[in-house]
Design a protein around this ligand. Sequence first.
Ligand code: UDP
Ligand code: MG
Length: 327
Amino acid sequence: MSEIAPADRCLTLVIAAFNEAEALPRMQPRVRAALDMAEAEGLEARVLYIDDGSRDGTWELLRRFAQEDARVALLRLSRNFGKEAALTAGLDRVERGAALILDADGQDPPELLPKFVAKWREGYDDVFGTRVAREGEGVFKRASAHAFYRVIGALSKTPVPRDTGDFRLLSPRALAALRQLRERHRFMKGLFGWIGFNAVSIPYQRDARAAGRSKFNAWKLWNFALEGITGFSTVPLRMATYAGLATSLLAFGYGGWVIAKALLWGDRVAGWPSMMAVILFLGGVQLMALGMIGEYLGRLYEESKQRPLYLIDDWRPAIGVSSARRP
Ligand code: UDP
Ligand code: MG
């Protein structure tokens, strides 16, 4: 192979890992096999692991992987920045060629690499995996995901393909386009849709996690649905939303009671029940609206701070092509 392969001959697997010490030993052999498959197709293949501030020995494990295989590149963030930032950090470091994004827990099968590459070769810029089955996910996660895709589909102007995660291959130009989007609240599914180009979906069976636990609980998923992890300073603003919601609900109940009482026994102070009901209801609605404005204001505030999306603790590029692979 020549010293520098052209961009259409390079592929980097980008894998964000946060406390994945249990799953990674099972993932790495599959990743290496995928890299071999890519090389068999004449590609210069690499894998880039991003340690998103793990505290469970993930980094030590990854360093071992890099020692065993010269195609492994490592990036460590200074703390846990979340999956979206970790992926951004990884994609920022893919210098040449396409990138294939995978989960570290084995839920996105690396064995599908040839299918993704084939579509890329056909000229697609954004080849994304669509889940036809979700193994090992509870009723709640399935139901909430279902509802989420419907709501976002109705609200969002840019298309967000259904049942699609971050499992996707991005062509060099799609990658370059994505790199230009530097917003802090990174809702990746939306960003991928925003850049456009020719997209194509590959249906796949989403297996259960190889080991360890999902890092996304119900509340995390809810926040994710509210466009990425919200900053600490927007929380008080959000509370107004819930206070308003609770007040409105209480006002409805109380208003109903006041009106029923007036109808049954008459009201001694004329107009008082209806007045109370209206005041309480309006108060609730106003707080709710304020909260919603707060959501947007909070995000604006976060953007205006212009903080970097992530900070890097350690960066170890891959040293060599497969011929330089250590035993
Ligand atoms: N992840 C990450 N940073 C985080 C949370 C998760 O890099 O703060 C990684 C995680 O290691 C995994 C991927 O994102 O590779 C998906 O996470 P997980 O499997 O917990 O999500 P789920 O599949 O349950 O949606
Ligand atoms: Mg997972």
